[in-house]
Every structure is written in structure tokens, then in C-alpha cells.
Ligand binder design. Structure first.
Ligand code: ATP
Ligand code: MG
Length: 394
């Protein structure tokens, strides 16, 4: 009998055609998350097993890996005979403190003639006979004994730990997250990673108008996302020249609209260089003037790449709930200014006119400035724990 960690895939297992691709990616992601621990991973189409001696440390990491429906501490028994398996189960139960139990059986080996219900009854009877003063309880038993009879072995497990769900990161390609220091964008990133999209991130800073602390805050947020994403490459764009030019030359009610059009243009360039298929941001319908439908349309029209807004229809309180769960909230509310907040006009336009945007943009030489900003941008490779590694990926 071997004690292992059993991984159940959930939603993943419906992806019939490319299940092997999904599973090998999940294994790769688990190995990455567990790189500091001694583990071996095996799998078949239904189940994945982590062979290890460090159960607690491994589970601590595995709960943050997407593409997993359930995690169990599991015993693999080299027998498919109900009496043999029951004896092992009885031994395991002797160490546990409980009064009531229930046996639940799965029989993926259809050569076994007994039905699952009968197999459960047989095992239940043997447990009752061998361990005194216990009783069967169908609803809410103290212990649920799960047994799976497979081709040539059986699995036994008791406790269930809920996995994060979603798809293994990287199975759905790559995206570029516009990551600010706010509450919304890290949550938008988390939800996108959950759908299997590997993210790189882009942050616009405006030194000296924005501080080093504001940048550190974004790096800290990226580091939290790195835990789910398998590291994050963060592109940092110096936005000062563009913002100052906009501020000097463009009617102030259009500052935000034009500034965001510039952010979109730069993000689209970086995305195309890094083969990211979508931009992702934390916009939410109606949240601020730049997020009315007319504003979003006027801003979005400067790029062809699809822009995914996972929070488009979320209320702020629901966003905050997720931010708390993924532990980005505390960092997001640190009081450092963002480049958007510094140049906020008193009366931003709520329904910007696309023709006016084009007209105003002629007042600045934005193409050259965008070229310079992209050319000189800084790239950080951020890991969950380690020091950041500066990389010149251009
Ligand atoms: P808040 O949580 O306060 O709303 P926010 O980051 O969502 O903060 P918004 O002004 O609502 O701020 O910006 C909308 C979206 O635009 C952000 O969610 C983010 O995706 C993107 N964004 C804003 N500022 C930046 C920035 N400096 N760098 C990168 N992306 C940004
Ligand atoms: Mg927002």
C-alpha cells in the first residue's frame, strides 16, 4: 500500500480531444509549483498521483494550482478484491476517531461484477464486524470512506480538499494584463489565469510624478499573481513623456481618454511582440468616466487585439471579496498614487467623441513617443519568492 496525493481534474476531463495536452501541462505546472520539494508525478486519463513524503508542504502548494477539482490523501492498494481492500481500510480506520461512517464506491473496472452499491455494503459489513461500536450513517457521517476499484488496483481516501478549479495555466495561450496598483486589475488577472491563460503584465509609471513605492506595490501584486501563473514577466513602461505632452497640449476633459488610448496602443505592441493573443484589464462598466460604454468604445477602437474585461459586470464589493480571498487587497489599498490618479481632470468627458480624439491626438507626436517608450522599457521576471531578475528581452 502506498500513501500518495490524489488529484482529480473536474472540468478538465470534459476536454476529450486534447486531454493529453491538458494533463501534461497540469503535470508540468505542478512540477514547477513543487520545484523545491521531492516529488514524482504519475497520471492516467482519470487521475493524477503525486508521490512524496512531504504531504503538508505539497498540499500547501497544490491548492494554488489551477485545473484541479479535488485533492485527497489517498492509499493505493494493489488489489481489486473487496475483502482484501476492506482489510486495509479497517487497518486505516483503526487509527481514526469516529462513530459513524459511510462507504462510497466507484467501479471504473467494469469487469468486477458486483454493483458499486453492493461493494459498499460488503465493505460496510466487514468494517462493522471488525471495529466495534461504529455505525453506518448515510447523511453526514463522521467519516466518508471513498473506494475506487480500478483496472489493477484500488484507491482509498477519506478527506477531500477543494481545488481551485479552472484550467491548467498555459493551456489556453498567452495574454497581457494591464496591471495597475488598484484593486481591480490583479483580480481580473487572477480570473484570467484561472481560465488557463498564461499572463505577462504591463505597468505604466510616470516618474517622478509616481513614486518608487507605487512601482514596488505593483511588483508585489505581480508576485502574488506569480504564485498562480508560474512566475510573471512584468513590462514596465515609462509613461512620463507621453503623459506630460498630453497634459500640456490636450483639452483636459479628454486627458484620460487619450491617455488610455496611448496605454492600449503600447499594450497592443508589447502583446504582439510577446505573442499574447488578448489584452486583459480591470475595467468594470460604469465604474469611472473612462468606463462608460462610449468611453470604452472610444478607447478600444485604437487596437485590433481583443480586450478581455473579466470584471466588466462585477460590482465593486464582489471584486473586493475576491481581492481578499487571493490576498491582493491589502497591497492594493496602500496609498501610493498611480499615473492615472495624478493627471485626473476635474471634469473628465463621459461620452468622448471619437473624431475629437483623433483631432486632439494630432496635437502631439505620439508615434515617436510610443516608439521611445517601448524601446526603453524595463522587463522584470517575477517569481513567487525569489529576487526579481532583470532581463533584456527586447
Ligand atoms: P481601482 O481598483 O481603483 O479601480 P484600477 O487599477 O482598476 O484601480 P482604473 O482607473 O479603474 O484603475 O483603471 C482601469 C484599468 O486600466 C485597470 O484595472 C488596469 O487594468 C488598467 N490600468 C490603469 N492604470 C494602469 C497603469 N498605470 N498601468 C497598467 N494598467 C493600468
Ligand atoms: Mg477600476
Amino acid at each position: 500500500m502506498e500513501k500518495v496525493i490524489l488529484i482529480k481534474y473536474g472540468e478538465l476531463s470534459t476536454k476529450k480531444d486534447n486531454i493529453n495536452f491538458f494533463l501534461s501541462k497540469l503535470k508540468q505546472n505542478l512540477l514547477y509549483a513543487l520545484k523545491d520539494l521531492d516529488v514524482d508525478i504519475t497520471y492516467d486519463l482519470g487521475r493524477m498521483f503525486i508521490h512524496t513524503k512531504n504531504f503538508d508542504e505539497v498540499i500547501d502548494k497544490v491548492v494554488n494550482v489551477f485545473g484541479i477539482h479535488e485533492i485527497n490523501i489517498c492509499y493505493i492498494i494493489d488489489s481489486i478484491d473487496v475483502t482484501c481492500v476492506s482489510l486495509e481500510v479497517i487497518n486505516l480506520l483503526k487509527n481514526k476517531d469516529f462513530k459513524t461512517f459511510k462507504v462510497e464506491t466507484k467501479r471504473s473496472n467494469k469487469k468486477i461484477e458486483d454493483t458499486s452499491v453492493n461493494l459498499s455494503k460488503k465493505m460496510g459489513a466487514l468494517i462493522l464486524k471488525n471495529i466495534p461500536e461504529k455505525s453506518v450513517q448515510v447523511n453526514n457521517p463522521d467519516i466518508l470512506v471513498n473506494v475506487e476499484y480500478r483496472k489493477d488496483n484500488s484507491l482509498v481516501y477519506f478527506d477531500k480538499i477543494k481545488g481551485l478549479g479552472g484550467y491548467p495555466v498555459g493551456t489556453l495561450g498567452k495574454g497581457l494584463l494591464m496591471l495597475s496598483g488598484g484593486i481591480d486589475s490583479p483580480v481580473a488577472g487572477f480570473l484570467t489565469i484561472k481560465r488557463g491563460v498564461k499572463l505577462e503584465a504591463i505597468y505604466f509609471e510616470s516618474p517622478p510624478h509616481t513614486s518608487m513605492e507605487a512601482k514596488e506595490k505593483v511588483i508585489k501584486l505581480a508576485r502574488i499573481l506569480a504564485k498562480y501563473n508560474g512566475g510573471v514577466i512584468l513590462h514596465i513602461i515609462n509613461f512620463t513623456e507621453i503623459q506630460e505632452e498630453i497634459y500640456k497640449n490636450i483639452p483636459h476633459e479628454y486627458l484620460i481618454t487619450i491617455m488610455r488610448r496611448m496605454m492600449y496602443r503600447i499594450s497592443a505592441i508589447i502583446a504582439s511582440r510577446k505573442n499574447a493573443k488578448i489584452l486583459v484589464n480591470g475595467e468594470s462598466i460604469g465604474q469611472v468616466a473612462s468606463q462608460t460604454l462610449t468611453s470604452m468604445s472610444a478607447i478600444n477602437e485604437v487596437v485590433k487585439i481583443p480586450v478581455i474585461r473579466p470584471l466588466a459586470c462585477f460590482d465593486k464589493l464582489d471584486i473586493i471579496d475576491i481581492a481578499n480571498k487571493i490576498k491582493t487587497y491589502e497591497t492594493s489599498i496602500l496609498p501610493y498614487e498611480d499615473c492615472c490618479t495624478i493627471f485626473v481632470p476635474k471634469h473628465p468627458v463621459i461620452n468622448p467623441d471619437k473624431e475629437k480624439c483623433l483631432e486632439y491626438e494630432k496635437l502631439i507626436n505620439y508615434e515617436d513617443m510610443i516608439y521611445r517608450a517601448v524601446k526603453t522599457h524595463e522587463v522584470l521576471k517575477i517569481e513567487e519568492k525569489e529576487e526579481n531578475i532583470y532581463e533584456d528581452l527586447l
